[in-house]
Design a protein around this ligand. Sequence first.
Ligand code: MLT
Length: 394
Amino acid sequence: MSKRQILVLNKIASVGTKRFPVENYEVGSEVAKPAAILVRSAKMHDMEIPLSVQAIGRAGAGTNNIPIADMSKRGVVVFNTPGANANAVKELVLAGILMAARNIGPAMKFVGGLEGDDAALSVVVEDGKKHFVGIEVPGRTLGIVGLGAVGGMVADTALKLGMKVLGYDPEITVDAAWRLSSDVKRVMSVGELIKHSDFITLHVPLIDATRHLINAERVDMMKHGAVLINFAREGVIDEQAVIDGLDSKKLRAYVCDFPTARMKSHPNVIALPHLGASTQEAEDNCAVMVVDQVREYLDNGNISNSVNFPAVYMPRESAYRLAVANANVPNMLGQISTAMADVGLNIHNMVNKSRGEMAYTLLDVDSAISEAAVAKVRAIAGVLNVRVLPQKQE
Ligand code: MLT
């Protein structure tokens, strides 16, 4: 069997990419017929994604740079790495809270602009410091919108700093809810959270429902002098509303990872160049996790941490396995089983799971899968992608 190719669109840590065994895989930025793509933040919406692609692995949490709906229609499974960079983001949120509380951005700018000898500086410094009097965080309230891997870690750290923590997440998973400290007070709306928070931090994906989550109405609801922290995505805030909030002093500061032309030089904006996940540890964690997930999918068809297909795991008991991505419509299993029987293949084991409009089926059969068998399954209406997986070595 020829080597399977992996196209890498951004720098992905080698501790991850070298987990593709060289005897079976070729990993590079120039490969012509990739079976999978690894990506970090490269925008893929306008990219011609080769028809050979079976999987896309995002080394990170956010997947708004990937055309997921189009990939679902092709039966391409998109993976991300939830939690792998959460500690890195949490540490930067913490830095943002402290920088905003102590006016560190404007204070550094003030010092950078001073002129004169040491004696002169010392006079100006002592006189100028009154403009940068800050606040301390114990007893202040942090509101966290989104209590996934990052939000949960931010909550823990804030509690340890003596802050009160409010949390809002209508989509919280059972696992995340188990991990969350009982000291996090649950609120039932973004509005309720905003009204009572001194610091507000956003940890939601950018989807239609979260676009401009922070708008003029919500800025209006904030406490006077609140701090807004956004390490999620630029689009979750309405830029004009936040600038107006800063100009009217309703907002003490806006800390973000997404500088824009208008925001970057505002005196009360602390803007970083999308550094949330940029630590050696996070880059290594994401690379290892994404490679393991993509490789398991290409080698065995098992799916974990996909954003568009269900989690599916079936241990391999037979050498011959077929993986079918299909639309979640009635009688799909019946039709696939009939197709197998028609070509004389005996099904040894089978699993089928669905998620929304998508479904996925794995079949272990007792003998080699012919082109005719694949063609029969492909011909079923609603089947999106069919793969014969590499033969398992006994
Ligand atoms: C994420 O969504 O996890 C981050 O944007 C990751 C990154 O910086 O690559």
